[in-house]
Design a protein around this ligand. Sequence first.
Ligand SMILES: NC(=O)C1=CN([C@@H]2O[C@H](COP(=O)(O)OP(=O)(O)OC[C@H]3O[C@@H](n4cnc5c(N)ncnc54)[C@H](O)[C@@H]3O)[C@@H](O)[C@H]2O)[C@@H](O)CC1
Ligand SMILES: Nc1ncnc2c1ncn2[C@@H]1O[C@H](COP(=O)(O)OP(=O)(O)O)[C@@H](O)[C@H]1O
Ligand SMILES: [K+]
Length: 510
Amino acid sequence: MKILTAKQTKELDAYTIEQDAISSINLMERASVAFTNWFLRKGFSQNNRKRPVFVFCGLGNNGGDGLAIARLLLGNQYEVTTCVVRYAETTSADFDQNYERLKKKHPIIEATEETHLPDIPANAVVIDALFGSGLNRTIEGIAAQAVKKMNRSGATLIAVDIASGLLPDSLSSGVIVRANYTISFELPKLALLLPHNDKFVGSWEAVSIGLNQTFIDDAPTSNYYVNTAFAQKIFKPRSKFSHKGSFGHALMIAGSEGKMGAAVMAVHGGLRAGAGLLTVHLPTRGYNVLQTALPEAMVSLDAHAQYVSNFPSIDDKKYSAIGIGPGLGKHSNTLRCLTKLLEKAQQPMVIDADAINLIAENQDKLLTNVPEYSIFTPHPKEFERLVGRTSTDYARLRTLKAFCQKHRVYVLLKGAHSALATPKGEVYFNSTGNPGMATAGTGDVLTGIITGLLSQRYTPFEAAALGMYVHGLAGDFAAKAEGQYSLMASDIINYMGIAFKTLENNANHE
Ligand SMILES: NC(=O)C1=CN([C@@H]2O[C@H](COP(=O)(O)OP(=O)(O)OC[C@H]3O[C@@H](n4cnc5c(N)ncnc54)[C@H](O)[C@@H]3O)[C@@H](O)[C@H]2O)[C@@H](O)CC1
Ligand SMILES: Nc1ncnc2c1ncn2[C@@H]1O[C@H](COP(=O)(O)OP(=O)(O)O)[C@@H](O)[C@H]1O
Ligand SMILES: [K+]
C-alpha cells in the first residue's frame, strides 16, 4: 500500500471528483459515513448508555466532515454537542452546505473566544474535526484554545483524518490534539507511523472512501505500508513435489558465553520460517543447549569454547543464506572472524546485533566489504551506532534512506512500525506487531526468520519484508492469546505456524 503526501492526497481528491463523476460534497459524505460506521462499530457506550459526543469543527473540509458526522450521529441517537471554532472569516463551500443541513435541526455553538467553548465532561467522546490534511502552519488563537481544552478534558479523543496540528508528512510544532484514535481517509499518512507522534495519533485505522485507484497506482512515492495484501503477494506456497533440498541450507553464526539462548532463538525462527536445512555455527560450550533445544538443527562447532572465532567453509556455495549476529559478543577474535567472513562472502547476508555493533565500530575496514543487498536488522540504538544520532524521526528516515543508497544494502530499523529501507531509497513500514514484543530475544527470532526465508530463494527484499510482517503477525497472535504483558520471544515462535498458515490459507483460496 502506498503512502502519499498531503499534496498528492489533495490531487487524488480532485482527480476522483473529476474522473469518477462524484461531487465534492458527496465525497465528503462518503468520508463522513466511513468515519461514522467505524464509530458505530466501536459503540462508545458506558453502562449500556451512549456516551455524550462533542464535535469540534474547523472551517475547511475537515470541519465539513465534522458537521456531517454530527448529523449522522444524531441520526443514530447519540447526544451530540457541535461547536464551530471561528478562527477565520472564510469557510469552504462543502463546509457551508453541511453547516446549513445541520443547522436546520440542531443548535450549533459558535466559538470566537475561549469562553464560548463548551465544557467537556470526562466521560465524553470528542471528535476532532478542526484541521485535516490542509494544515499549513501552527495553530493559534481560538483554534489553539480549543485544542488545549480537548487535550485537558480527559475525554476520549478521535481525530477525523489526522489529529489537528499534526502535519501529514513533515515535522509538526505548536499545539496538537492528543488523539486516542485516528481515522485516516483511504491511505495511511507518514506522520501516523513515526514514534514521536504516537501521543498525537493513538491507535489508527485507514478507512476506504473509494478514491481513484488508477491515480494511486500511478502516483510516485518512496514510502509504502506492508499490509496483509502486500505480504500475501510475496508469500510462495509450497508445491506438491518440493523436498527439503528445495528450501535451501541456511547458516546461522551466533552465540557466546552467557548468550547461547540468542542462537537458539534465531535457529528456531529460521526453522519455523521453513529453511530446508539449517546449520548453526557456535562456540563449543553452546553445543548441548542447542542440540537439546533443537535437535532439528545441525551444528558446526567453533574452535573456541566461549565465543565465535572461525566459521565453516563457504567456498562451495553450500549455504544459500548466511545470518550472523544474535548473541555474538564483541571479542577481538570474533571481530577478526567477521572481517574474514565479509571478505569471503559473495551473497547477501543477514547482519544483526553484535555483528552490526562490530561493523559500526570498524566502519572504515568493514562496511565496504558487506556484500551488496545484505540486510541489516538494527534496533534504534544499533542504528545510531552505525550512522550517528539524529534529532527527529524525519531526519532519521532521511539518514536511513541515504545509508541504504550509499552502501547498497537493506536496513530493517526495528520498532513499532519497523521501517525497511532499500538500496533505491524506498521505505516499507510494517503493519504488524505490538508493544508486547519489546522483550528479550524477539529480534533474534526475526534474524532467524529472515535468514530462513532468504535460504529458500526469496530475494533479500522479499525475505526482509515478509519476515518482518510474519514476525509481527505471530506476535499479534501471541498477544491476542496470552496478552502483551508476559509475552516472550518463544511465544512468537509458537505462533509462527498460525501466522504462516493464514498466508497459506489465503493463497489456496485465490
Ligand atoms: N473533497 C475533498 O477534498 C475531501 C476532503 N476531505 C476532508 O478535508 C480535509 C482537508 O480539507 P481542507 O483542504 O479544506 O483543509 P483543512 O480542513 O484541513 O483546513 C482548512 C483550511 O485552513 C487553513 N489553515 C491551515 N492551517 C491553518 C492554521 N494553522 N490556522 C488557520 N487556518 C489554517 C488552510 O487554508 C486550509 O485549507 C481532509 O483532511 C479530510 O478531512 C474529506 O471530506 C474527503 C474528501
Ligand atoms: N512497540 C512495539 N510495537 C511493535 N513491535 C515492536 C515494538 N517494540 C519492539 N517491537 C519488535 O520487537 C523486536 C525487538 O527486537 P530487538 O530490539 O532486537 O530485541 P532483542 O535484541 O531483545 O532480540 C523487533 O522486531 C521490533 O520491531
Ligand atoms: K482533525
